[in-house]
Design a protein around this ligand. Structure first.
Ligand code: ADP
Ligand code: MG
Length: 295
């Protein structure tokens, strides 16, 4: 049987910008002692900007952008949206593709009449460093990451064609939300991300997170959650992407950012409707109070 104070908490949470799926979620929320946050789209606004297109091996900037955007058109990842938006802004037309495939936490691929194109994480370069003119993809990746940008590689038929630098600003209220979540849960929040260590650490430092786990695949995020649970911890995970869906489902409480993918919304127990990460901290506090009142 559900208790009126829990239902009242759900109504109050709604006014604070969080939709809670049912009263059992309030009980689980009140017991949370560990908070894990995804980076892209959760700590950051999820409105990344493409700040540079660096061609390799003799390709032109427009061609690299055309091929990358043609494949990204079918992806709902925030990076994909910014690549397509930049192609649109520069008036670059896209090519038809076939055989689109997305690998969550890694990238996307499809075939065009100019070859098989892969767009995604720099780990996808493994074993394919050589370009036609001998220029180095990993050098461009390191340069972009040193500036705190997310580096995205573009390959054609297994050869590096260019590197895209993507900037994603932390949400304005992220530093305050991190402090509040640390106080409420009793442990400093942890950053779980599929992005590389350098951009992950840059974002973590700017929002006040010390514990950073980078380069994680969706299954690694789930393993992190289960690891804490095996130690008796109650885990709240906040995420937004397809890559976060399994970990959101595994967590004691999964909270999805409202701008996120449909799959993350389905896997979550609660959804932040507005843009405020701070709503998650308010939600945990509300749940604690409701439990005390409910006894
Ligand atoms: P996060 O955990 O920070 O939300 P993701 O797991 O969604 O990040 O992505 C991890 C990395 O995989 C990204 O930093 C990017 O390099 C790459 N990636 C995933 N999907 C795409 C895509 N559609 N286009 C380009 N890169 C992608
Ligand atoms: Mg994300």
């Amino acid at each position: 049987a559900t208790m009126p104070p829990l239902l009242a908490a759900i109504a109050t949470a709604g006014r604070h910008g969080v939709l809670v799926k049912d009263a059992r979620v309030v009980e689980a929320l009140s017991e949370v002692d560990t908070v894990a946050l995804d980076k892209t789209g959760t700590l950051t606004r999820g409105a990344p900007r493409l700040v540079a297109v660096r061609p390799l091996g003799g390709a032109g900037e427009a061609e690299v952008l055309r091929l990358a955007a043609s494949v990204e058109r079918d992806s709902e990842h925030p990076i994909a949206r910014c690549v397509v938006a930049e192609a649109d802004r520069r008036g670059v037309d896209l090519l038809p593709t076939r055989g689109f495939r997305a690998e969550p936490g890694r990238g996307v691929r499809a075939t065009t009449d100019r070859g098989e194109i892969v767009v995604g994480d720099p780990v996808l370069l493994a074993g394919s460093e050589s370009t036609e003119d001998g220029s180095s993809a990993s050098g461009l990746v390191a340069a972009a990451q040193a500036e705190g940008h997310t580096a995205v590689v573009v390959l054609r038929d297994g050869r590096p064609l260019g590197v895209l630098a993507v900037a994603d600003e932390p949400r304005d209220d992220a530093p305050a939300a991190v402090i509040a979540l640390a106080e409420i849960s009793g442990h400093p929040p942890v950053l779980l991300t599929g992005d590389a260590p350098a951009p992950a650490s840059a974002v973590a430092a700017s929002v006040g997170i010390a514990d950073v786990r980078a380069g994680l695949l969706p299954a690694d995020k789930t393993a992190a959650v289960r690891g804490w649970q095996a130690d008796g911890r109650r885990v709240l995970l906040v995420g937004d992407g397809i890559n976060d869906a399994p970990a959101l489902a595994a967590a004691d409480v999964g909270v999805a950012m409202g701008g996120g993918s449909a799959l993350s919304l389905t896997a979550a127990d609660a959804v932040v409707v507005g843009d405020r990460l701070g709503a998650v901290a308010s939600l945990v506090l509300l749940a604690r109070r409701a439990r005390r009142v409910a006894g």
